[in-house]
Design a protein around this ligand. Structure first.
Ligand code: GRF
Length: 203
């Protein structure tokens, strides 16, 4: 399975996916890493792993649709079969979604549908929840609203701040994202309306 990873930040989720693919525990390969930020740490991680990289900057395109079309062309040229958003901080338009129907995954650092959008970890702390976590889902036209594949929960401690909670959640992100990609590569995910059926079930 050829993966196209989109990242705007440091790329620790990208690194976890690269490591699991190299270890052979996920039968997939990272075909290209694409960023909208030329200085993204994720690009450096890709280069170190010998993975092709591409930069598509949104300000060099007249509008969102043209930007998305440019990214689609890079991904199609690389033969990408599954798009993985790993800390990608742009909203995708139907131009992109229609190029990869039901083949785009995202990870969000909260137990959706709670706390969609940015600073999810801070939203959880401000709300005072006792349990936080992360969600891997298929991307649909909404923001953080697509069919959920896997979630993981972590406790929120009284002395937690955004950094300590984010770190605890990130550890789980690095576990469930490769797992979700492995399930997809094994053909074990089936989208049924809002729900994703895993066959055979996990556990
Ligand atoms: C993570 O918190 C992830 O949940 C969110 O963006 C952050 C990216 O982290 N999507 P990294 O760039 O993978 O380290």
């Amino acid at each position: 399975l050829r993966l196209g990873i989109l990242a705007s930040g440091g790329g620790t989720n990208l690194q976890a996916i690269i490591d699991q693919c190299l270890a052979g525990s996920v039968s997939a390969e990272v075909a290209v890493v694409l960023s909208n930020k030329p200085q993204a740490g994720a690009l450096e991680r890709a280069r170190r792993a010998g993975i092709p990289v591409a930069v598509v900057e949104h300000r060099t395109h007249p509008d969102r649709e043209a930007f998305d079309q440019a990214m689609v062309e890079v991904l199609k040229k690389s033969g990408v079969e599954l798009v993985v958003l790993a800390g990608f901080m742009r909203i995708l338009t139907p131009v992109f979604l229609e190029a990869f129907p039901q083949r785009i995954m995202n990870i969000h650092p909260a137990l959706l549908p709670a706390f969609p959008g940015i600073h999810a970890q801070r939203q959880a702390l401000d709300y005072g929840v006792r349990i936080a976590g992360c969600t891997v889902h298929f991307v649909d036209p909404g923001v953080d609203s697509g069919p959920i594949i896997i979630q993981a929960a972590v406790p929120v401690r009284d002395d937690d701040n955004e950094t300590t909670l984010s770190r605890r959640i990130l550890e789980q992100e690095h576990r469930i994202y490769p797992q979700a990609i492995r399930l997809f590569a094994e053909g074990r995910l089936r989208i049924e309306g809002r729900r994703v059926r895993i066959t055979p079930p996990l556990m």
